[in-house]
Write a protein that binds this ligand. Structure first.
Ligand code: SF4
Length: 191
């Protein structure tokens, strides 16, 4: 897993290098967080989820407890089709996991300040590079899955699933029911 995590960081950094020229013109600034507040599906791979989970383990205990509750509430609302702000968005509008935020978040920026009427405007070229980078992530995470952040983190919090994944085993039958009802993608099928 350590080797995979290093490769994951390389994919992030080459995405950022390749798209720098486009993102230099962005209107996004600290404290905006429009995308994080109006969060639709923040899709991540299990390898990204693992990195986020490891970061969360270093949070102070009260924050870990609070996050567990927020995630439970977020999942319940999501099941009812209600979009809620990302659980990692702090009151200060900063991201709690900024250093390890997933590619889904890294790829979003906008050339103008966003509002409900004026959603983010992103270069097609950046979206294309992002799609290629996601493919690379799925290839790297070939025993894993992709899906909304909360669902992947939930799967990783399940001891049986976590052990299978950490061992590098591939047992999609373990998550068959949950996977189907939560639009979880098997990475192997995307590569
Ligand atoms: S993980 Fe961070 S950057 Fe991504 S939506 Fe959540 S708060 Fe925003």
């Amino acid at each position: 897993m350590e080797k995979k995590t290093r490769q994951l960081k390389r994919i992030y950094s080459s995405f950022e290098k390749e798209t720098k020229g486009y993102r230099d013109k962005q209107a996004c600034e600290k404290g905006c967080a429009y995308c994080c507040s109006e969060a639709g599906s923040i899709d991540i791979t299990t390898i990204e989820g693992l990195q986020i989970r490891n970061t969360m383990k270093n949070f102070p205990k009260p924050r870990q407890k609070a996050l567990t509750k927020i995630f439970q509430k977020e999942i319940k609302k999501r099941e009812k089709g209600i979009n809620v702000p990302c659980p990692f968005l702090m009151r200060s509008k900063a991201c709690m996991i900024y250093e390890v935020r997933p590619l889904s978040c890294r790829r979003i920026y906008s050339y103008h300040t966003c509002t409900k009427e004026k959603p983010p405007e992103i270069s097609r070229q950046v979206m294309k590079i992002a799609d290629q980078s996601i493919k690379k992530l799925q290839q790297l995470d070939d025993t894993g899955y992709s899906g909304h952040l909360s669902y992947i983190l939930y799967m990783l919090s399940t001891p049986a699933f976590y052990q299978t994944y950490i061992n590098g085993d591939f047992k999609p039958e373990e998550i068959m029911v949950f996977g189907k009802s939560h639009k979880i993608i098997i990475n192997k099928m995307m590569i």
